[in-house]
Design a protein around this ligand. Structure first.
Ligand code: IMP
Ligand code: MG
Length: 417
């Protein structure tokens, strides 16, 4: 069994989220004991659902306690005493408490998780409970949320598409700006001039320009951080691109100033070689794109790569770079962009930190990053977890739903459960 477990783990480690798997495992026990047998015994379904609900709720309350203990241990400088870290060694940092019990009640109301007899609480059930718990705590805790950062592709708009004027996320972002919140779009898409970002984001930028409700200062509270953490532009309604470049001194972190050009090119050379090796080994019909601070492969004829091919190319590049000297000096991000693979200099931890610095030392607990790529390897929103709180969405529609939830709680507070 142990060997089988280890083999499975080695095969799938990069496709798993350890905390979600842990919670899933805990909820599986009451599911097996209380829900599943009723599928065969004809027992009273209402009683079954009530019992499962009670057990699931208790477990979520216990995990909420584990997270509070974890936060307390980190704050006391004794991270090794965290019970949660003992149970889930790879777990990261939590910037706020998570209202998991209340979030479970809310998601159970919406998704009827406790009423299911054949399908156990799933990865998506737990991802959504965690999202709601994070939103509930941000909307109702004392330290008000100051900054919301968004990934671009799959979070604000469909993969490779643009933010068009009919996108329902626009009204939500305008609402947040009007309440004095700062917004950052932290995307891997790396362009050196504002005109390219205007092409991708025009629906939002034009709505901000035309808004009669936003003050000039509020309009300027939206920034774009492209290439993970490489180029910053600020919303500027009078500029022809609706965006103006922000000088590096105003936003770059001290640690980024120490990067040498030689190291950057050296890292990109290693990455490019690895991508070319992958192209050859898997006979990929791909074109290499080399930029100032990124290198990637895209399909040469507009076709589709298999997910396995994309992941293989990402993990190959990542491993080689991790083992290289320059990869130990420079932060980088190798990721699967859906139908392309990119290696960028910098990452979204730095991207979110730059936004925090630019808007005046906003803290991690005052920041929410919304993205779709949170697996530990091959996904580029993952590192943002080190800079602030996060919400993991699966589509632009889910982003809108999360913002609706946040806005509703900011306006009306938490309901009684
Ligand atoms: P994100 O989801 O907003 O982070 O955007 C990721 C996508 O941007 C990638 O999948 C690429 O298709 C595209 N992209 C364009 N330029 C770059 C670059 O320089 N680095 C990484 N991705 C890029
Ligand atoms: Mg994305």
């Amino acid at each position: 069994m142990t060997t089988r477990y280890r083999v499975e783990y080695a095969l799938k480690a990069h496709r798993r989220d350890a905390l979600i798997e842990f919670i899933k495992g805990l909820l599986a026990v009451p599911f097996v004991l209380h829900s599943q047998p009723t599928a065969f015994s004809g027992a009273n379904l209402e009683e079954m659902a009530a019992e499962s609900h009670r057990r699931y709720r208790e477990i979520m309350r216990d995990i909420e306690g584990l997270i509070n203990d974890h936060i307390a241990c980190d704050a006391a400088g004794t991270p090794e005493r965290s019970k949660l870290r003992f149970l889930v060694p790879s777990v990261g940092r939590f910037f706020t408490t998570l209202f998991l019990e209340k979030a479970f009640m809310e998601q159970d109301r919406r998704r009827a998780i406790s009423s299911r007899r054949f399908v156990a609480p799933s990865f998506n059930d737990i991802r959504l409970i965690l999202n709601t718990a994070q939103i509930m705590s941000l909307a109702t805790l004392d330290g008000p949320t100051k900054l919301i950062t968004f990934d671009g592709d799959v979070t604000l708009y469909d993969d490779g598409q643009c933010l068009v004027p009919t996108n329902p996320v626009i009204a939500k972002i305008l609402w947040l700006l009007e309440r004095g919140l700062c917004i950052g779009i932290v995307t891997a898409a790396g362009y050196t001039d504002g005109a390219r970002y205007k092409e991708r984001l025009f629906g939002l930028l034009e709505s901000i320009r035309d808004s009669a409700d936003l003050t000039d200062a509020q309009k300027r509270n939206l920034i774009v951080l492209g290439g993970e953490s490489s180029y910053m532009f600020r919303c500027s309604p009078s500029h022809p691109d609706l965006l103006e470049a922000v000088p590096r001194e105003d936003w770059q972190l001290t640690e980024m100033r120490a990067w040498s050009d030689e190291d950057i090119q050296n890292l990109l050379d290693i990455a490019e070689n690895s991508l070319r090796d992958s192209m050859k080994a898997m006979r990929l019909d791909a074109t290499v794109i080399r930029k100032q601070r990124a290198v990637g492969i895209v399909h040469a004829r507009g076709g589709k790569f298999a997910r396995e091919q994309l992941e293989e190319a990402v993990l190959g590049a990542q491993k080689i770079l991790e083992l290289s000297d320059v990869g130990k000096r420079l932060p980088f991000c190798a990721f699967n962009g859906g139908n392309d693979v990119f290696v960028d200099i910098g990452d979204k931890r730095l991207g979110v930190l730059c936004c925090q610095r630019f808007f005046g030392d906003v803290t991690g607990g005052q920041t929410l990053h919304i993205g779709d790529q949170f697996l530990s390897a091959g996904h580029n929103d993952f590192k943002a977890r080190m800079a602030g709180t996060t919400v993991w969405v699966a589509s632009p529609a889910e982003t809108v739903a999360c913002l609706e939830e946040l806005i509703d709680l900011m306006e009306h507070g938490l309901p009684d459960y």
